[in-house]
Design a protein. Structure first.
Length: 319
């Protein structure tokens, strides 16, 4: 006689074996029917940065924080799924259109010289079709919300599409990215409540300032290459004042988040999270003190923890 534990282990084993066989069969059939697409899958993974999810996190934390605030606690599972999946899809879509725009530039920059379009493993047509497909999938999710959110989604796609081209025309492409990365906050409130209250714009502005700050840190990594090839950025615009301006933006971000917390009457845990986030931002100032590419990139990555800590504060503060 099998014990309950032995039965559970045997059941799990047979289930995993079944899943493995089904997956192997699917992969085999997919490879035989679409050999060219199958061969390009690793390149599409690189194109969409699926192997580098930090961009998804930076977009996700403020969006789901806004959703938590708008829903005054744990959001409806349907909305949570829509915004988590939509965030991942649109960030990946943004990477596609970014490489589409930068196909001639990426090969001249050390950090991006191995990207799929730069090395020829994918074409610009591949990147555009991937962008279109991911955008359509995201729009399908938005259709499950309400009319106002659907209208807002058109601006979101437009921002994602134009951002990569801004570095050719303005020294403030990071501001456009800030608006794009903050648009989900407005959509979250709209989807949850059918309206976007004035207090939500405080979160929106705060997130814009934070995004400009961390994307300037990111741009500092490539500043010398960008100057050489004629690409514009806030890192170039700010020059020797970069650390001061980044620090000022970070201070204003924390202040705006504090005011938002007062407006939405979030709890003590939220305000404690702002203290922790302030410490992380101060650490970033230490990292970028010598403006070296490696530490500047590390400072950029550190912002994932800033967003995560504040989300935890929102979550606990809404209990």
């Amino acid at each position: 006689m099998l014990t309950a534990l032995q039965y559970a282990v045997a059941k799990h084993y047979f289930f995993m074996e079944f899943v493995t066989k089904v997956r192997a069969k699917f992969v085999s059939q997919f490879r035989s029917r679409f050999p060219e697409l199958y061969a390009k899958l690793p390149a599409f993974m690189e194109l969409t940065r699926a192997n580098k999810p930090v961009g998804i996190y930076l977009l996700l934390w403020p969006t789901i924080s806004a959703l938590w605030i708008a829903e005054q606690g744990f959001p409806r599972l349907s909305l949570l799924f829509i915004f988590v999946a939509g965030t991942a899809l649109m960030r990946s879509a943004g990477c596609c259109v970014n490489d589409f725009a930068d196909h001639k530039i990426d090969g001249k920059v050390l950090r991006t010289e191995r990207r799929p379009l730069a090395v020829g493993s994918l074409t610009r047509k591949d990147a555009f079709l991937c962008f279109a497909l991911l955008s359509l999938l995201s729009f399908g999710l938005v259709l499950l919300t309400n009319q106002r959110t659907i209208v807002l989604s058109f601006s979101a796609v437009a921002l994602v599409a134009v951002y990569p081209f801004m570095k050719r025309f303005t020294n403030l492409p990071q501001l456009v990215l800030g608006i794009a990365f903050s648009w989900g906050i407005l959509m979250a409130f709209s989807a949850a409540t059918g309206d976007v209250p004035q207090s939500a714009y405080l979160l929106f502005v705060a997130n814009c300032m934070w995004t400009v700050a961390y994307d300037t840190e990111y741009a500092m990594v490539d500043r010398e290459f960008d100057i050489e090839i004629g690409v514009k950025s806030t890192a170039i615009l700010f020059g020797d004042a970069d650390r001061i301006i980044i620090g000022s933006l970070q201070v204003m971000f924390i202040l705006a988040m504090f005011l938002a917390g007062r407006q939405f009457e979030l709890g003590t845990f939220y305000f404690l999270s702002l203290i922790v986030a302030s410490g992380l931002l101060a650490y970033q100032q230490y990292l970028i003190r010598d403006r070296l590419p490696g530490p500047c990139f590390e400072a950029f990555l550190n912002n994932n923890w800033v967003g995560a800590v504040i989300f935890i504060g929102v979550l606990l503060g809404s209990l």
